[in-house]
Design a protein around this ligand. Sequence first.
Ligand code: PHE
Length: 362
Amino acid sequence: MAGATTHRLLRMSDRDALARVAAIVDEARASLATAEDEAALEAWRTRVLGRSGALTRVLRGIGSLDAEDRRAVGQAANAAKETLEGALEARRMALEHAALEHHATAPLDVTLPGRPRRPGHLHPVTRTLRDILDIFGRMGFAAIEGPEVELDDYNFGRLRIPEHHPARDMWDTFWIDEEVDGRTPLLLRTHTSPMQIRYLDRHAPPVRIVVPGRCYRYEATDATHEWMMQQVEVLAVDEGVSLADLKGTLQEFARQMFGPERRVLLRNSYFPFVEPGVELAVDCFNCPGDDPRCPVCRGSGWLEIMGAGMVHPEIVSASGYDAERYTGFAAGMGVERIAMLKYGVEDIRTFYANDLRFLRQF
Ligand code: PHE
């Protein structure tokens, strides 16, 4: 068969060969138009463009033509090959398109079984945040929001943390290389405490607010630290507010949040904007409280969930109020840490990893 072809090509004139190429193209185009599926397209491709396809045979045969004929026939055959490859792609796309259209307009088959739809639900951190705001709401605290992009002055300066103050090490900061109304430096707030200043500057006591919001810290992540986390700031300023009010409020919060069986610990701590400063910790849910390998408490038995204290008198007077008359308490809690306690989650990073297998458990 191959011999016969060669034999015939040997006797082909230039004109014959060109006519043959044209005929192949005509026939191929016509048959391509009748190919209705991928199998038919593939069979067509093998027959026309494959290794022993019609066009390939012409190209193989040109070796026996004289030089001039060879060029003309070679060019024509190669052009035909490109044309037909293009036609094949176009046909394939047209078929795919038609299949999609058919699918879109196919009549509804009511006998098909339904596709189950999984109802969505709130993210565990969102749920925890709402619980926190509800508890404080029932105690008379209004929820207020503040900016995530903050001025150094509110995030640090007015909170009595001047530049180069060693306490700045507590808040590794993402700085922002822009300005707002010519005011700099800007940063991503490292805590919600700047809202203490912003709010007191504009609202006279009595003040009772909670401020939920995202905070950012330029630090390495581990089981209990994320570079983005949510806080809720608590601020109460009025005549005669005392440390006992702070303690009573936070104990009531912990009782409502974690139930009466969870133990809470108030111990002293330091933040430049409160005096005295305390921190509230809850007992570890992950280990008996003495396992040094415990990723949650590291053997301390306690998980710190908030810093707190009495608002520093300089802060009260800097906003224009008589610090002898008005006193207040403030607290700032990590929402993710509270969610970890509440739901028994061991690694804070899983909250924002967007793994549905994790999120669907809640
Ligand atoms: N802003 C502090 C922090 O992020 C927490 C805090 C708030 C401490 C209010 C005292 C009073 O660490």
